[in-house]
Design a binder for this molecule. Structure first.
Ligand SMILES: Cc1cc2nc3c(=O)[nH]c(=O)nc-3n(C[C@H](O)[C@H](O)[C@H](O)COP(=O)(O)O)c2cc1C
Length: 192
């Protein structure tokens, strides 16, 4: 049986990182299905920053869209078999709702389910600067089992374009989901 993942895009800048992560998941041969969901502000940021709509993303192989108001969707239940979730980018608002256990939307409910079922949950927070509430919320979700992976791309691979930067970061997100892909941009050591 192939692997199933959930990818959420919430209302923070950096939706290109979410698109790159979705493309990587979609192209990975071990992946059978990707459930995609976007918050209302996530849709707006996606369009503003990339010109893409959720429908465009749902046209990728293996990707199917969920309505984020639908708390009866498959990923809302712990009994639905899947292998982890990433929120890329994750707004400070989404982080706060997850940290507080408020499951009023499918994004926060699906994340809550990952924590209670001990499945990988990767939160790619995008906000700067950070206030005390953000910092405390990051610690709360970390202690509950999430991986807090702020959008802080690495530059040592010498990215030549924004897409390169997005894609390198996406590979790191897949690492955290247990999908360790071959990637020539991984650090191999160097002269001291
Ligand atoms: C254009 C735009 C850009 C935003 N960028 C960010 C951001 O980078 N980080 C953040 O935490 N919130 C950002 N926000 C605010 C969030 O979208 C807002 O707090 C929202 O309630 C988050 O809800 P969501 O997680 O359901 O999308 C932005 C809002 C807009 C309209």
């Amino acid at each position: 049986m192939g692997l199933r993942f959930t990818l959420a895009i919430t209302g923070a800048s950096g939706s290109g990182f979410g698109v790159a992560t979705l493309k990587r998941l979609s192209a990975n041969p071990s992946v059978e299905r990707v459930a995609l969901l976007l918050s209302p502000t996530g849709k707006r940021c996606l369009f503003d920053e990339t010109g893409l709509t959720p429908k465009d993303l749902a046209a990728l192989p293996k990707v199917s869209l969920r309505d984020e108001r639908d708390l009866g969707a498959d990923i809302s239940s712990g009994s639905y078999r899947h292998d982890g979730m990433a929120i890329v980018p994750c707004s400070a608002g989404a982080l706060g709702r997850i940290a507080a256990g408020v499951s009023e939307s499918l994004v926060s409910r699906a994340a809550d389910v990952c924590l209670k079922e001990r499945r990988p949950l990767v939160l790619c927070l995008r906000e700067t600067p950070l206030n005390r509430i953000h910092l405390e919320n990051m610690l709360r979700v970390h202690d509950a089992g999430a991986v807090v992976m702020p959008i802080m791309p690495g530059f040592y691979s010498g990215p030549e374009s924004m897409d390169d930067l997005f894609d390198t970061f996406a590979t790191r997100v897949l690492d955290q989901l247990g999908l360790r892909e071959d990637d020539s941009r991984r650090w191999k050591g160097g002269p001291v």
